[in-house]
Design a protein around this ligand. Structure first.
Ligand SMILES: [Mg+2]
Length: 109
């Protein structure tokens, strides 16, 4: 197994969905998935605000990443393709400093 391959990673998330039959048990419903993703984002936030270790942060980021990949499965879109299309867009965007921090955006008025 090539653990560097996105497709192998996606197949593992699919296997996780299949193991628990997410498709037929509400695990792929978007309202529920959005709540789960928000929950994991909160756990990432807690790692920062509570000064937890980078290992703990990495585990929570992995939780969110798995949920994101699972959302691509649930909604049947190609996240890898979406990633590259979006990277192409944002690499062309301008940046500016906003309140002391860099912001990359389209800066529509
Ligand atoms: Mg978590």
């Amino acid at each position: 197994m090539n653990k560097d391959s996105y497709d192998v990673m996606l197949a593992e998330v699919q296997a996780f969905h299949d193991k628990h039959d997410f498709k037929n048990t509400g695990g792929e419903e978007m309202m529920y998935r959005v709540a789960l993703m928000a929950e994991e984002l909160g756990e990432i936030s807690a790692c920062v605000t509570k000064g937890k270790s980078v290992d703990q942060l990495a585990e929570e980021v992995a939780d969110l990443f798995i949920l994101l990949m699972g959302t691509a499965i649930a909604q049947n879109f190609d996240l890898k393709q979406a990633f590259w299309e979006k990277m192409e867009k944002i690499m062309k965007r301008e940046s500016k400093m906003v309140n002391g921090r860099i912001r990359v955006s389209e800066f529509r008025d």
